[in-house]
Design a binder for this molecule. Structure first.
Ligand code: NZQ
Ligand code: ZN
Length: 395
């Protein structure tokens, strides 16, 4: 096991009706004026936005509303949010929504406290925010793990680049997680969420060569087993509280670093997917991952069949073939593919119905490899040529 530092300061308030506490919680911290940031309107339809504003009013806390964060949130909207925060002298940002609203809020929080820096510089790793406005969230979709992650992912529409960066400023002060708020998430987004949660753990599990991480492995395997079971139940019965609760908690645990502790890893499939949804913003993140993962796994697994076989045996209940571990590894990947299909998630790029063309692979790999200068380390290192291979296999 490698050395690690684990610091996840986000306060999680989990369970039924917890969103009603939001005013009291913000008041505890002494904030006076809140920007409530949300997406395309699901929070209005469900009545959640009214509950939030009522709770703030009860506590005498001022607020300004700022909606419009779209799936794969944009830099231009975040810049509008930064200007609004400064103009309205907001001292706290509350994101209400899924990963897109939360990431957009994180970008606004960084930008509002560093107005002299173009926020895109943070994503291009040309600058680092030393401070940010405090922010918290009410989660409405179990998927990204952004509610307690250090990451923030934004699309620059001008360049078609979707980029993320990690910063301690990105951990929300608190995350209110009521699984009931996800009852209204539709079948497709529920499937996307299940895949994304699985990927955050799978990519850590399969992403590198570190040995001797048995406890981390077993935590990861338990999370995967629970998520796969809960994903099926939530798909069939969207109002099953226990399944929604398992997905919600697993979403946070999968991406708050726990499932990769002591391991070296690079989330290659995520990197490949970000180029896809950067170029084609209609591609939902979880669907892009589902379309790429099995091809990626088949491409790299020959480099470490035992690792993939371990996953196949412990999580997918395949029988170990000691003479031919690669066969076990491949069976496990087939099982995962079957699982994604059972949720009606795409397992090829064509199924995304986004108009993706083979000719795009060169440009996507060019961006992902930073102009053929970056090689993604992993079980098998991926340079530009290998990235194109994976895209082709997934077509
Ligand atoms: O915009 P609204 O109207 O709210 O509708 C959303 C949106 O259309 C809808 N939705 C959310 N909660 C709902 C609901 N519909 C009904 N009932 C509810 N309770 O679902 C749609 C998708 O929402 P979105 O926030 O885009 O989904 P998700 O949570 O999957 O977030 C995706 C974004 O997160 C990034 C992705 O790249 C993508 O941009 N990620 C962020 C990460 C992080 N910060 O740590 C890590 C991830 O790997 C990921 O990259
Ligand atoms: Zn993800």
């Amino acid at each position: 096991m490698n050395n690690f530092e684990y610091y996840v300061p986000t306060r999680i308030i989990f369970g039924r009706d917890t969103q009603k506490q939001v005013g009291a919680i913000i008041r505890e911290y002494g904030f006076k004026k809140v920007m409530i940031h949300y997406g395309g309107g699901s929070v209005k339809k469900t009545g959640l936005l009214d509950q939030v504003t009522d709770s703030l009013k009860e506590q005498g806390i001022g607020y300004v509303l700022f909606g419009g964060a779209q799936p794969n949130p944009t830099l231009s909207l975040a810049k509008e949010g930064i200007d609004l925060c400064i103009k309205e002298q907001v001292d706290f940002i509350l994101a209400v929504g899924g990963g897109s609203a939360i990431d957009s809020a994180k970008c606004i929080a960084d930008g509002a406290m560093n107005p002299e820096t173009d926020p895109w510089k943070f994503f291009m790793k040309e600058a680092l925010p030393q401070k940010a406005l405090p922010h918290g969230c009410i989660l409405t979709l179990s998927a990204s793990g952004s509610e307690s992650s250090a990451s923030c992912v934004i699309t620059n529409e001008e360049s078609g680049l979707k980029r993320g960066f990690n910063s301690p400023t990105h951990r929300p002060l608190f995350a209110i997680c009521n699984p009931e708020l996800t009852f209204t998430v539709n079948k497709f987004q529920t499937g996307c969420g299940t895949v994304d949660i699985m990927m955050h753990t799978l990519e850590r599990y399969l992403g590198g060569k570190t040995r001797d991480t048995d406890l981390t492995d077993r935590l990861a395997e338990s999370i995967l087993i629970s998520v796969m079971e809960a994903g099926v139940v939530a798909d069939k019965n969207p109002e099953d509280y226990e399944a929604r609760a398992a997905l919600m908690w697993a979403g946070s645990l999968s991406h708050n670093d726990l499932t990769g502790l002591g391991r070296e890893y690079m989330m290659q499939v995520h990197q490949l997917e970000h180029e896809l949804s950067g170029m084609y913003p209609s591609v939902a993140h979880g669907a892009g991952l589902s379309a790429l993962f099995c091809s990626w796994a088949r491409y790299v697994c020959k480099e470490d069949p035992m690792r993939f076989a371990q996953l196949a045996v412990r999580v997918l209940k395949e029988e170990m073939n000691f003479e031919d571990p690669l066969r076990t590894a491949l069976k496990g990947i087939d099982s995962l593919e079957k699982y994604f299909k059972s949720l009606e998630m795409p397992v090829t790029l064509r199924e995304l119905e986004a108009g993706i063309k083979k000719d795009d692979f060169e440009a996507m790999a060019e961006k992902c490899s930073a102009g053929n200068t970056r090689i993604l380390p992993g079980i098998k290192a991926l340079g530009k040529a290998e990235m194109i291979e994976v895209y082709k296999m997934a077509f």
